[in-house]
Each structure stands twice: as C-alpha cells, then as structure tokens.
Design a protein. Structure first.
Length: 58
C-alpha cells in the first residue's frame, strides 16, 4: 500500500489519520487523510457519523 498524501501539508505519510470525509458526488465520498502532525490541528470535518451524532442532544 502506497503512502497517502496529507490533505493539509501535501506530504506523503504512512501513518495517515482520517480527519474528515468529503462528498465527491460519486461513489460514496472520499475519506480525507492527514499526517499525525496536521491531524492534531485540523477540526474534524463532516462525516456520516458526525452528522448523526450532531443531532443527538447530549
Ligand atoms: Zn500534514
């Protein structure tokens, strides 16, 4: 498996972290990955799970 590029700094990382989810309009969307460093700085993006939990009054 090849390295995934970080969506923030653009550098390839083998320790990718899923930081969000993007609806591409085709297929079922694309998961956005970032390197561990950037993952700490990126706000969690919208995802199917987040959308559901957002409506949960907690
Ligand atoms: Zn990065």
């Amino acid at each position: 498996m090849s390295a995934t590029r970080c969506c923030r700094c653009g550098r390839p990382t083998e320790a990718r972290v899923a930081v969000g989810w993007r609806d591409t309009g085709s297929n079922s969307g694309t998961t956005v990955y970032a390197c561990p460093d950037c993952a700490l700085k990126i706000d969690p993006g919208p995802s199917p799970e987040d959308t559901q939990s957002a409506t949960d009054p907690r």
